[in-house]
Write a new protein. Structure first.
Length: 251
């Protein structure tokens, strides 16, 4: 069942018309970009209603610009549109999250085991380089909500691709990458929605993964990767429980 929904937190940020020249296409891109960032940051929580009128007033743009932006975000899977109900942020589907996590652990740890078992100097260089890029890329866009930067998200994907790059199975590598892409929204949400937990050291988790791969310790690498994936899911499950409790207590 999808998690019950929290109330939307308001955001006073508006689109800068002067910076965009005031043209409809550029305004549409600016609104779409800002709304996407707000959704990924949990400003509009999973399942929250998105009123085109309220958004148009907030961004100081026309309704048509907002509706076009919402339609684009619908195509990206971040927003859903329902007849008579309008637009809303995609829900946090707990059943989907749990199932996706289980399959990801099975597939990605299998790919990582194969990669470590077939590792060579080229593999080691690729992993070290990808980790260096990840470690040197600015991490948080908003430290208050643990919202990561788009640049770090891209470097993160490259690091995980590098970890399984020596697997001799293209299908296994492709399936692992596809499942990771499917989980990207959940991963993005785990920071801001799970921000009550400040104990996680993501940099340490990645460093330990690199070290296990370089040590050619397939068992240790697979164990660390499974824990890494499950930690993200645990943060979102805790958020879903809090959201359900808050809804149940609401008048």
């Amino acid at each position: 069942m999808p998690a019950r929904q929290s109330k939307e937190r308001p955001s006073g940020r508006r689109v800068d018309k002067a910076a965009d020249g005031g043209s409809a296409p550029s305004l549409g891109v600016a609104v779409q970009t800002e709304l996407r960032a707000q959704i990924l940051a949990g400003v509009h929580p999973p399942g929250a209603r998105l009123s085109p009128r309220a958004l148009a007033d907030r961004f100081e743009v026309s309704l048509s610009v907002v509706r076009e932006s919402l339609s684009r975000l619908t195509e990206q899977g971040l927003v859903v549109a329902a007849p008579q109900l309008g637009f809303s942020v995609v829900s946090l589907d707990v059943a989907d999250l749990v199932d996706l996590t289980k399959v990801r652990v099975l597939i990605e740890t299998a790919a990582l085991r194969e990669a470590v078992e077939h590792a060579d100097v080229e593999y080691e260089a690729l992993v070290v380089g990808a980790h260096h890029r990840l470690a040197r890329t600015p991490f948080l866009k908003d430290p208050a909500t643990l919202t990561v930067t788009d640049e770090w998200a891209a470097a993160h994907a490259l690091f995980h691709d590098a970890l399984i790059s020596a697997s001799p199975s293209p299908r296994l590598r492709g399936l692992a990458a596809s499942l990771r892409d499917r989980a990207e929204l959940y991963r993005r949400w785990s920071g801001p929605l799970g921000s009550q937990d400040r104990t996680r050291d993501v940099a340490c988790e990645h460093r330990d993964l690199m070290d296990a791969a370089l040590d050619r310790d397939a068992d240790r690498a697979a164990e660390l990767l499974a824990a890494h994936i499950n930690r993200t899911t645990d943060l979102l499950l805790a958020y879903a429980e809090r959201a359900a409790a808050a809804d149940a207590a609401a008048p």
